[in-house]
Structures are given as structure tokens and as C-alpha cells.
Ligand binder design. Structure first.
Ligand code: ADP
Ligand code: ADP
Length: 227
């Protein structure tokens, strides 16, 4: 059962740049895929096309019927950017509540779900603080909780840990793996780190630039000894 499939997808920007050429990919249930390659190889573009944040120029992006039907594709997807993009004026709880609030879920009804999401990322004790009181790694954890609070089947992450120091990054890698193993959603993870792609994912999509394209897919059947 595939969650989302790309067939021969290309993206040419208005200025003529061919950012992605002929990408084909199937993302199934409980996959952990990384897009690995140097700057400019189309990783972010591919992720944004899957999320519907950028329109494709040709080819097809197809969601599985069940994924598209249940509650609308927006809630099948969580997106984590390199910048945590939290609302600075709102407490951690309210930041994580936001996607539910936008879906019409009131504070009381959201409380157990938000609490669970904060627990998942190890931030239960920080529900009432403001983002400015948190370290970069903790802000990223809030961002992950916010993306997972609607229980999406697919989490898209665009170089989420690239701006963090190495120890924080290792800790987040481990915790992300543990969350993924327990909750069984799928992840597509953009990185230019070979280390991260090998450590985290069971499928590595290797990409090259000018034009951005897939050059190889590596499947890791026997998982690297982790944690
Ligand atoms: P990253 O490598 O982290 O994705 P980039 O510097 O490649 O960051 O791009 C950051 C953003 O700037 C991209 O998401 C894209 O929308 C925009 N961008 C990148 N290159 C161009 C360009 N040549 N013209 C216009 N916008 C661009
Ligand atoms: P990566 O994430 O692998 O660094 P991107 O997907 O950001 O690569 O970019 C792929 C190519 O498309 C790059 O050459 C980039 O400069 C270009 N690009 C990205 N966004 C835009 C944009 N909005 N307009 C024009 N060119 C862009």
C-alpha cells in the first residue's frame, strides 16, 4: 500500500531553472526515506511538490485513496522546516495546539492530544513557557510535536537539524527514530548528511544537481545497528 507516488515528476521554475527532472518514487506505510544530495539537487523542491506547496510542471503526484479521503490531504501531512517557525507570542501548548485549533478543535478537547504530542518529544514540563525560553533543539522538538499533533500518516522534514550543534543533533536523531518506530507513520527527510541518511532511513534517494534528479535509490534492508 503506497501513501503517495510520484511518476516522472519535473519542475521548471519561471526563470527557466530545471530544479527537478523526471522523479519517480513510491512512499509506502512506515517508510523512512531520505533525500540525500548536495545543495541545489532539488531535495527541497521535491519535498515541496509532495506537500503541494509548489506546483509540478509535468508528471503526476498521486495520493492513495484512503489517505486523500479520510480527512483531507492537509491533515495527512506534517511539515517540519529547518527553522522551527514558532509563534513567539504564544506558549508552547498554544503553538502545538494551532493545527487542531485551525481544524476547529477547542482548547479543552485538544488538551490530551497536545499533552501526548509534547510527551512524545520529551517536553511535557514545558507546555507553559514561551519559545524564547527554549534552546534551538527544544524549539525543533516543539515544531515536531506541532507537525505530529494531527497524527499525519506522512511527515516531511526539510533539513530539520542542520542548524543545530552536533550533540543536539545526535539526540534528536535518536529521539526521532524512537518516535517513528513507536508510531508507525512515514517520514521523508531531506539532508545533505550521509551520516544522517544512513543512520535514520531505510531508503536513501541519492540526488544530483543541474538538473536536479535522482541518480540512485539505496534500500537498507538490514538496518544499521541503531540506538
Ligand atoms: P536549501 O539548500 O536549504 O534548500 P536554498 O538556498 O537552495 O536553500 O533555497 C532557499 C529557498 O530560496 C528555496 O526554498 C527556494 O524557494 C528559494 N530559491 C533558491 N534558489 C532560488 C533561485 N535561483 N531563484 C529564486 N528563488 C530561489
Ligand atoms: P536543494 O534543496 O537540494 O538545495 P532546491 O530544491 O532548493 O535544492 O533547488 C534546486 C534548484 O532549483 C537550485 O538550482 C535552486 O537554485 C533552484 N530553485 C529553487 N527554488 C527556486 C525558485 N523559486 N525559483 C527559481 N529557482 C529555484
Amino acid at each position: 500500500q503506497q501513501l503517495v507516488s510520484l511518476r516522472n515528476v519535473s519542475k521548471r521554475f519561471a526563470n527557466g531553472t530545471l530544479a527537478l527532472q523526471g522523479m519517480t518514487l513510491d512512499c509506502g506505510e512506515h517508510d523512512f526515506i531520505s533525500f540525500l544530495g548536495p545543495s541545489g539537487c532539488g531535495k527541497s523542491t521535491a519535498l515541496r511538490l509532495i506537500a503541494g506547496l509548489t506546483r509540478i510542471s509535468s508528471g503526476e503526484v498521486r495520493w492513495s485513496k484512503t489517505a486523500a479521503a479520510s480527512s483531507g490531504i492537509d491533515r495527512e501531512l506534517g511539515f517540519v522546516f529547518q527553522e522551527p517557525t514558532l509563534m513567539p507570542w504564544a506558549r508552547v501548548f498554544d503553538n502545538v495546539w494551532l493545527p487542531l485549533k485551525l481544524a476547529g478543535v477547542g482548547r479543552d478537547a485538544a488538551e490530551p492530544v497536545v499533552s501526548q504530542a509534547l510527551e512524545m518529544v520529551g517536553l511535557s514540563r514545558f507546555a507553559n513557557v514561551y519559545p524564547r525560553e527554549l534552546s534551538g533543539g527544544m524549539k525543533m522538538r516543539v515544531s515536531i510535536a506541532r507537525a505530529l499533533v494531527t497524527r499525519p500518516r506522512l511527515l516531511l522534514m526539510d533539513e530539520p537539524f542542520a542548524a543545530l550543534d552536533e550533540m543536539t543533533r545526535i539526540k534528536l536523531n535518536n529521539d526521532l527514530l524512537a518516535i517513528w518506530r513507536e508510531h508507525r507513520f512515514s517520514i521523508i527527510f531531506v539532508t545533505h548528511s550521509v551520516y544522517e541518511s544512513v543512520y535514520l532511513s531505510n531508503r536513501i534517494v541519492v540526488m544530483a544537481p543541474r538538473p536536479g534528479r535522482v541518480i540512485e535509490e539505496i534500500r537498507i534492508d538490514e538496518p544499521y545497528p541503531r540506538g
